[in-house]
Design a protein around this ligand. Structure first.
Ligand SMILES: Cc1cc2nc3c(=O)[nH]c(=O)nc-3n(C[C@H](O)[C@H](O)[C@H](O)COP(=O)(O)OP(=O)(O)OC[C@H]3O[C@@H](n4cnc5c(N)ncnc54)[C@H](O)[C@@H]3O)c2cc1C
Length: 526
């Protein structure tokens, strides 16, 4: 129930970024209304009990946390924590595999030597990690500050590191550091999550994606959200509500009008009842292309997502072809399938010509090995979740017959997974209350429909380098959240430092509003 017809701030979309912005602004004394089209808040940061009779709350879309700054958690008093993974990654190689063990440098070194035949690649791995660590420590703290210029950021990062990650195609840097095809692939996958590109793309889309995957928390670690990703949304919702924010779900915004000072937001509830509210500021947690549609303006870009997400619940973890590695280790970290450098390149080229890759690359990981709290108390000890994120499956592959193409992509991806297992993963799937296997898959086309992600792009559009490329005349421009309209700001993944579960887009939009409203108070005029 909307309590009044005018708010200081109306937020379009109740994703985690919208909730972060709402909480900051509510705490600062602004009246805030959040309008969310889905039945629940959280956007892509939600958990769900996906399978009838199976008491496990699966992180339905996003599943690991790296980019959420402690500063936001502390400022808002968010009751949420993450847990470190014992294993960083496992990559099968024939009847053996490369295990990167966070708890043992010696074991990791031995694994590299076994797979690559010498100590060379492990030494390169350590040098490369040290370099990305330096970049992480320089860049991450800037993400919650006004945007630095390119020159300011380059000075902070250092010339050598800047050249390696910001200036030339990442493929050149990876090929300079590493010689082994498998190791190159393990490194390069971070450049492809949610980004359809290749190692030598001159647009540097791969470098931008890679950057956000190695700087989180100043370490680049990807941690497990305790209680699942929905626990973060629940905690943010509690913060926003306790700050006096009104959150209306089942409320689809259908239009936004503005004269630059006051905006009107039109929405429908439950697909039927129309309403409108006025606002001094509108923050768009929805993607920039969706905001353009609401304003009746052409979109700057038409994003295209390229991933396949498969959630599974298993009665037991499958046995591996590699009998020397315990499945409890292999699945505890990121488990790479068909992700050697050469395989990733071939899959990209096949998908770019409109074909599903013959060997679909993907990565999987098991949440319950690190955090069993998402399972109900009666779940058998052997029951586990398996989260699969498939690469190089752009929306265009599913356009003509989304359901049939979804099934074909799932079958091909599981068949590829089975090449490294000693038994088909299908034999390990739990059955729901109706006897159906516990497997749920979403293509970019599905995400466009359910989450309003344009083209199914998980970051609302390709990521940007975290520096300013335009003017800095308004607070919104300084924080990287501006639009063509002074009182309409971006506040989600589509902001300059947005993308991922970070809250940074929401934080930065709130800071821009607070800076502008503080400047407008009597006695504070510039
Ligand atoms: C399958 C998948 C896996 C991912 N894995 C990870 C991961 O492991 N780690 C990570 O950090 N990131 C991951 N991401 C990315 C991350 O989830 C997103 O970047 C992040 O959720 C963006 O948050 P947001 O609040 O900006 O936007 P969203 O989560 O997209 O929320 C936007 C909200 O706006 C609402 N909305 C849109 N249009 C309207 C409208 N007209 N009216 C009302 N409401 C509207 C939507 O319903 C949605 O709730 C993943 C994303 C996906 C899809």
């Amino acid at each position: 129930m909307v309590m009044c017809a005018r708010y200081d701030v109306v937020i379009v979309g109740g994703g985690h970024n919208g909730l972060v912005a709402a909480a900051y602004l509510g705490r600062a004394g602004h009246s805030v209304l959040v309008l969310e089209q889905a039945a629940t808040a959280g956007g892509a940061a939600v958990s769900a009990q996906l399978f009838a009779g199976i008491d496990i709350r699966v992180s339905r879309y996003s599943y690991l946390v790296s980019l959420l700054p402690d500063r936001i958690v502390d400022d808002l008093g968010v009751r949420f924590r993450t847990r470190k993974r014992r294993i960083s990654s496992y990559t099968p190689a024939g009847d053996t595999g490369l295990l990167v063990d966070n708890s043992s440098r010696a074991a990791t070194r031995e694994s590299f030597a076994r797979i690559t035949g010498s100590d060379r690649e492990f030494a390169a791995w350590e040098r490369f990690s040290a370099m990305t660590g330096e970049v992480a420590r320089a860049v991450f703290p800037t993400l919650t500050e006004p945007l630095p210029t390119r020159d300011e950021l380059r000075k902070r990062v250092g010339a050598r590191q800047w050249a390696a990650l910001f200036e030339r195609p990442l493929g050149e840097t990876i090929e300079e550091y590493f010689a082994d095809d498998l190791v190159r692939g393990v490194v390069f996958t971070d450049a492809l999550i949610g980004t359809f590109t290749h190692a030598h793309d001159p647009s540097l889309a791969q470098n931008r994606c890679f950057l956000y995957h190695v700087i989180g928390g100043g370490t680049g670690d990807w941690d497990v959200p305790v209680g699942g990703m929905g626990a973060l949304t629940d905690a943010l919702l509690a913060c926003a509500r306790s700050a006096g924010v009104e959150v209306l779900t089942g409320a689809e915004v259908v239009g936004v009008d503005t004269d630059g000072t006051t905006a009107q937001v039109r929405f429908v509830t439950d697909g039927a009842v129309s309403a409108a509210v006025d606002a001094r500021y509108v923050l768009a947690n929805a993607a920039p292309a969706e905001l353009a549609r609401l304003l009746g303006e052409p979109a700057d870009t038409e994003p295209e997502g390229a991933q396949l997400k498969i959630n599974m619940v298993l009665d037991r973890l499958p046995r591996l072809r590699d009998t020397g590695t315990d499945p409890q280790d292999a699945f505890a970290g990121t488990f790479h399938i068909a992700e050697s450098y050469e395989q990733l390149d071939r899959a990209y080229r096949e998908a770019a010509t409109g074909r599903l890759p013959a060997a679909p690359p993907s990565e999987i990981y098991c949440h319950t090995l690190t955090d069993p709290s998402i399972s109900g108390p009666d779940a058998p000890d052997t029951r586990h979740t398996l989260t699969l994120f498939g690469l190089h499956t752009p929306a265009r592959l599913f356009a003509d017959d989304p359901q049939a193409k979804n099934e074909i992509a799932v079958a091909a991806t599981l068949a590829q997974l089975n090449t490294v297992l000693a038994e088909p993963v299908q034999d390990c799937l739990a059955r729901d209350a109706h006897g159906a296997p516990c497997l749920d898959a979403a293509t970019p086309v599905d995400l466009q429909r359910t989450l309003r992600l344009p083209g199914g792009h998980i970051f609302h559009g390709d990521l940007s380098f975290p520096y300013r490329s335009g003017p800095a005349e308004t607070p919104a421009q300084r924080w990287g959240v501006d639009t063509a309209h002074r009182n309409i700001l971006r506040c989600g993944a589509g902001t300059v430092r947005g993308g991922g579960v970070s809250g940074i887009g929401g934080h930065n939009a709130a800071m821009a509003v607070l800076e502008e409203t503080a400047a407008q108070r009597p006695g504070n005029a510039r």
